[in-house]
Design a protein around this ligand. Sequence first.
Ligand SMILES: Cc1cc2nc3c(=O)[nH]c(=O)nc-3n(C[C@H](O)[C@H](O)[C@H](O)COP(=O)(O)OP(=O)(O)OC[C@H]3O[C@@H](n4cnc5c(N)ncnc54)[C@H](O)[C@@H]3O)c2cc1C
Ligand code: SF4
Length: 488
Amino acid sequence: MGKATGFLEFERKSGDDKTPKERVENFNEFHNLLSKEEQINQGARCMDCGVPFCQSGITIKGMVSGCPLNNLIPEFNDLLYKDNLILALDRLLKTNPFPEFTGRVCPAPCESACTVSMNSSAVTIKENERFIIDFAFENQYIKSNPPKKRKDKTIAVIGSGPAGLSCSYYLNQYGYKVDVFEREDRIGGLLTYGIPNMKLDKAIVNRRINFLKEEGINFYTNSDVCINESLKTKVFTEYDAIVLATGASKPRDLNINGRNSKGIYFAVDFLKENTRNLLNKYENNINCKDKRVLIIGGGDTGTDCVATSIRQGCKSVLQIEITKPLPKDRLYDNPWPEWRKSLKVDYGQEEAIDLFGEDPRRYCTSVKEFLYDASEKVTGAKLVKVNWFKDNLGNLKFREVENTEEIIDVDIVLLAMGFVGTEDYISNFFKVDLDNRNNIEADYNNFKTNREKIFSCGDARRGQSLVVWAIKEGLDAAKSINEYLNLK
Ligand SMILES: Cc1cc2nc3c(=O)[nH]c(=O)nc-3n(C[C@H](O)[C@H](O)[C@H](O)COP(=O)(O)OP(=O)(O)OC[C@H]3O[C@@H](n4cnc5c(N)ncnc54)[C@H](O)[C@@H]3O)c2cc1C
Ligand code: SF4
């Protein structure tokens, strides 16, 4: 352990964000890191707990507690404190192939589980991780590392999001030949065409993909294996194993009057279009400039839509959410080390407050109908308040509150209400069974589907989740495929 009294001596300190006014001017990342000396003090706050809950990655009441990748957190914190960044990097890479992604976008379940957070502020684990990996890239310590020997077996990985990338990385390290097929024009899945550039710069994603290419992985873009005629047969005949890392990209829809009006889009279509525009420098087809934007869904995707609409120059933005707001802090029935359920003012809301003077979120609010004009363009939305209550069986239900209907003017509506599993054409093509949540059925331990030699991992298997889980599932699926191929 670095400094026995570190957590008593040093306050938690994170790097600054640029001010909302500065950062909404562009789509660049806006979080600055601390100086090396300051970050070392943050490493010193770690107590090297006998039972380090931060790295446990267990599930409590259906929510993750601690790092799903079981990152060796106390070890790299200690090495950071001792200014031994090379060894800290070594420990970080033992469990996590892509810390530059998690160090930027992970919601840090490790910090919710950190012991120091019981009566003070958690250790800045996520920022320590990012500091170590950014230092390593800046100083050219990250080098491509192709396998020394090649095996004579080839694996097809379908989908190039974090699950597909992680699975490919480990399979390639085992020595297999790996072909990754991606239906989009760029590699990265939601790392590229979901998470906005200001949270994860696409140059960071490309940098890693270039390393993976140098290490021998083959990537094929614009290659939908379920549609492309030449791939349809090839994928079944030419590979020793197939991995479905196809994500959970079927968006939840709204079945209400006016839903088909022009100007109503799914959140990911909007975010993807924005990133495409940014990378290819063409005109945005979905543009919020001077528009009144309504976002349906109060989660993180909704927040990304708020921030993107603002950067596009929207006239106003409202984000509605049917559930109640979370409490300001943990409640007694959500104790440490459980995932902290508390209301956060995230970057998008912070920017909206700065620009428009109020939090864009309205809770316990639902939409009943969309209004449209003669050209079928959306012009308004009928909102209503709802009340939550428990029925006789204790199930949480909601009902509309009388006389609370309100019509608001809107020009663009973004649907950010979550996802309902795997797209039908993928499961139909591969003839894989689905579970009761419409995800590909594959056991968590071996990742095998009902079809011989077909495996599945990431959101495709567990439903829409987190980058860290996608990486973890990719890693574990690669282990299982290695065992399967060794036994053949
Ligand atoms: C807007 C948004 C923001 C998010 N922000 C965060 C965040 O900040 N932090 C976090 O931890 N998580 C975040 N998430 C969740 C996270 O991005 C996902 O959990 C993660 O990307 C899942 O990885 P995956 O590889 O399983 O799937 P995906 O990233 O969805 O990748 C699946 C890939 O498979 C491809 N594919 C599908 N079918 C085919 C086919 N037939 N042929 C070829 N290719 C195919 C798709 O095009 C896609 O590229 C966010 C999600 C969204 C939607
Ligand atoms: S729980 Fe917190 S203090 Fe304990 S080892 Fe993990 S990071 Fe350090």
